[in-house]
Design a protein around this ligand. Structure first.
Ligand code: 5GP
Length: 129
């Protein structure tokens, strides 16, 4: 999938990306939370004791596109879902990290907007190298 024209433009959306397929129920996931605007599920390859992905239900690849073009209800619903999941899973006392990869330099693998939630141990420095 080619993400051009880049993260600041509106990349084309690939309806066959793995998160689109999860949203359609074609691929199973371990759901943590779901409502009209967002789905949260455990990452298949966890990088921390707790590693959850939160995705909006709309067809967005990039944060800039989502921020510019999603409805206020979609934006509020997605942001609230991230906070709700952190609370639901009890991460607020010990802490957690939110991360969202966007485009080639970030190594975004799945071209559907998602926020990673990492928790369950001290998470080390902000960037690997
Ligand atoms: P990215 O690199 O795009 O920020 O992160 C994509 C994440 O999606 C990775 O952490 C990867 O392990 C996860 N992932 C990829 N395919 C699947 C899948 O089929 N199911 C689940 N639950 N996670 C997936």
């Amino acid at each position: 999938m080619n993400l051009k024209p880049g993260v600041s433009g509106k990349p084309p959306y690939d309806d066959q990306n793995v998160f689109a397929r999860i949203l359609r129920g074609e691929i199973p996931c371990r759901t943590v939370f779901e409502d009209a605007f967002a789905l949260a599920f455990h990452d298949i390859n966890p990088q921390a004791p707790h590693h959850v992905l939160v995705i909006p239900k709309g067809r967005y690849v990039a944060f800039a596109d989502f921020a510019a073009n999603a409805s206020e209800a979609e934006i509020a619903g997605f942001i609230r879902a991230v906070g709700h999941v952190a609370r639901l899973l009890g991460f607020e006392d010990s802490g957690y990290r939110l991360l969202a990869n966007m485009g080639p330099d970030s190594h975004q693998e799945v071209p559907h907007l998602h926020v990673h939630i990492f928790a369950g141990r001290p998470l080390g420095p902000m960037l690997a190298g």
